[in-house]
Design a protein. Structure first.
Ligand SMILES: NC(=O)c1ccc[n+]([C@@H]2O[C@H](COP(=O)([O-])OP(=O)(O)OC[C@H]3O[C@@H](n4cnc5c(N)ncnc54)[C@H](O)[C@@H]3O)[C@@H](O)[C@H]2O)c1
Length: 379
């Protein structure tokens, strides 16, 4: 079978996330990186393309040239799907133009910088019948997929409490010096959007909440912390969530949790049992009940669900990690692009991205209006 022709925008040698997507795209031999714009500086762009072995004839001066040149090629040679790995404010204009010109898209989160933009993209995607993934990376872990599957099968009984915490500490060393904090794009509203912490990592926690439970959060109330008057974007937030009067939870996110690395911790409590999972230890899933000792579930064993087994390449005891999780998402997208059968939730969709933007906007609005409850119903 011919490989899927993949383009990449952003994700250059200077980026954090580029290598994750490149490795993920190669993992199951389904894609070929055919071209792109890795960097706004053309010399850097070409240098980097040579370094990673991409044909420089299809590495373009800028994004507009990329579109112009690619659409002029015959359909069977044209790039099919494009990964958008640029800072947040570029996701919307780039994804929009890609959809308008017939490309499928894999876009980094947060989907856009506003809910209105997200709705516009959704409308365009539906009209064009395009495949559109939003890379909420953590859904690619086998144990996360196993949790989702087992919760849907009733393993925990009715869910009654969800507690998702995402704590990082990397902003602590930069936030206290006004000159240093100016250099961080995630703290610049023009580049990051209306939120730093909730937009960057709270959105992962929110998506995980709905992904795992299969339920929509109905309303939220938030309390944010900006630390300094001249810093307009949140660095920390606590969000109360309600699925219904009887099913509630909390999302806690922070970039100033001093010393924390990438501490995403997930707990879902049901009437019959609970699951607990930590991103920094992703091959261990705890299953707790009232009357049995705590069980440890691990990937690579015959007892895991089919969807978890499909996302595991090696026998038990060979730790797989974040690269493999993103690889699983790319595999899900490849199946969709080639019309193959796939599991529910093999890649996060446009709807996850749109709801993520609604969450970010409502969290900021709730805080600004004195920590009030707001509905999260998608209009
Ligand atoms: N899924 C995840 O877990 C995860 C993790 C980290 C980052 N992200 C997301 O990925 C995106 C990028 O984050 P990052 O940390 O890699 O950022 P970064 O600043 O490290 O890298 C951004 C890259 O985009 C390139 N770029 C900027 N403007 C461009 C343009 N006009 N054309 C082409 N390339 C351009 C830069 O040269 C750089 O290579 C963000 O939206 C972020 O939220 C997601």
């Amino acid at each position: 079978m011919s490989k899927i022709r993949l383009g990449i925008v952003g994700g250059g040698g200077d980026s954090l996330i580029g290598v994750l997507h490149r490795v993920a795209s190669h993992m199951f031999d389904r894609y070929e990186i055919t071209g792109g714009v890795f960097n706004p500086d053309f010399d850097e762009n070409i240098k980097f393309a040579k370094h990673i072995g991409v044909n420089t004839d299809r590495v373009y001066l800028d994004f507009d040239t990329f579109i112009e040149e690619e659409v002029s090629k015959p359909k069977d040679q044209r790039i099919e799907v494009v990964s958008v790995l640029t800072p947040n404010f570029l996701h919307f204009p780039m994804a929009k133009k890609l959809l308008e010109n017939g490309f499928h898209v894999i876009c980094e989160k947060p989907l856009t910088t506003s809910y209105a933009e997200a709705l516009e993209l959704e409308e365009l995607q539906k009209r064009n019948n395009a495949i559109f993934a939003v890379t909420y990376t953590y859904t690619g872990y086998p144990m996360v997929r196993h949790m989702k599957h087992m919760i849907a099968n009733g393993e925990l009984g009715e869910v009654q409490k969800v507690d998702i915490q995402y704590y990082q500490g990397w902003i602590n060393p930069v936030i206290h010096d006004p000159e240093v904090r100016k250099t961080v794009w995630r703290l610049d509203p023009k580049k990051a959007g209306i939120s730093s912490c909730i937009g960057d990592i709270g959105t992962h926690a929110f998506q995980m909440t709905e992904y795992l439970t299969g339920m929509e959060v109905k309303s939220i109330l938030s309390d944010l912390n900006m630390l300094y008057d001249d810093n307009s974007l949140d660095l920390d937030g606590t969000v109360l969530i309600r699925f219904s009067e009887a099913v509630k939870g909390v999302i806690r996110a922070s970039q100033i949790a001093t010393g924390e690395e990438n501490g995403l911790t997930v707990a879902v409590y049901g009437k019959k049992g609970a699951f607990k999972w930590e991103q920094e230890n992703p091959n261990i899933l705890y299953h707790m009940t009232d009357d049995q000792p705590k069980r440890i579930i691990k990937p690579g064993h015959a007892y895991v669900s089919d969807v978890a087994a499909d996302g595991t390449k090696l026998p038990g005891g060979h730790p797989e990690g974040i690269f493999d999780a993103m690889g699983n998402i790319y595999k899900g997208v490849a199946k969709a692009l080639r019309g193959e059968k796939s599991f529910d939730g093999e890649y996060p969709t446009m709807n996850d991205g749109v709801r993520g933007m609604l969450f970010i906007e409502k969290v900021v609005e709730s805080h600004k209006n004195g920590n009030i409850w707001l509905s999260l119903d998608k209009k």
